[in-house]
Design a protein around this ligand. Structure first.
Ligand SMILES: Cc1cc2nc3c(=O)[nH]c(=O)nc-3n(C[C@H](O)[C@H](O)[C@H](O)COP(=O)(O)O)c2cc1C
Length: 173
């Protein structure tokens, strides 16, 4: 799939088919993360691959903003070690994982864990050291044919772009 087409068509997926994700596809997703850029090339990330159905079910129970994790055949927790800018570095890796997953027919959803108790519970479940930053748990699974997410339009280009100075409109065909 062409890069722009992948970016343009990707949508968050919260319903997964139960079919397992083959290891070669999983490997490509992890490689996509591994090749992401990071501040000073520190590569402060760790990726915990979870396939155990019991663990996945427990993640779905803990993560109230992502209960659909429990249906996924695969989840990957993204954890940052001693990163100066963990969100930025993780964001670069995450997006690459999402796009490669999408190009392989998979879907995923960024699952946030805002509550401290959720962070603690997931860290305990996955054996993540307390001082590491848990960014998200990404469920992965094959998406149903034609899955287009919840319909998530984007702001018009004219609202978010500017010509030379903020507030001056950019006329692009
Ligand atoms: C930082 C971040 C946090 C998010 N947290 C959640 C979440 O906790 N639960 C959820 O269902 N979706 C979550 N999302 C998905 C967004 O709702 C989704 O990306 C947005 O509505 C745009 O839709 P699209 O990805 O289909 O284009 C999150 C996305 C981002 C980037």
């Amino acid at each position: 799939m062409d890069v722009f087409e992948c970016i343009r068509t990707r949508r968050t997926v919260r319903d997964f088919r139960p079919d397992p994700v083959p290891d070669d596809v999983l490997y490509r997703i992890l490689q996509a993360a591994r090749w992401a850029p990071s501040s000073s090339n520190t590569q402060p990330w760790h990726f915990i691959v979870i396939k155990n159905p019991d663990t996945i079910k427990q993640l779905g129970t803990i993560c109230t903003q992502g209960t659909f994790i429990s249906q996924a055949p695969l989840a990957i927790a993204v954890v940052m070690a001693d990163a100066r800018r963990p969100d930025l570095d993780a964001g670069r890796a995450l997006q690459q994982m999402e796009l490669v997953g999408w190009s392989e027919g998979l879907g995923t959803c960024f699952v946030g864990m805002r509550a401290e108790e959720q962070q603690v519970a997931v860290k305990e479940l996955l054996g993540i050291p307390e001082d590491m930053a848990l960014i998200t748990v990404l469920p992965f699974g094959y998406r149903s044919e034609g899955a287009r997410g919840r319909g998530t339009p984007r702001k018009p280009m004219s609202e978010i772009t500017h010509h030379e100075r903020y507030g001056q409109s950019l006329a692009l065909e």
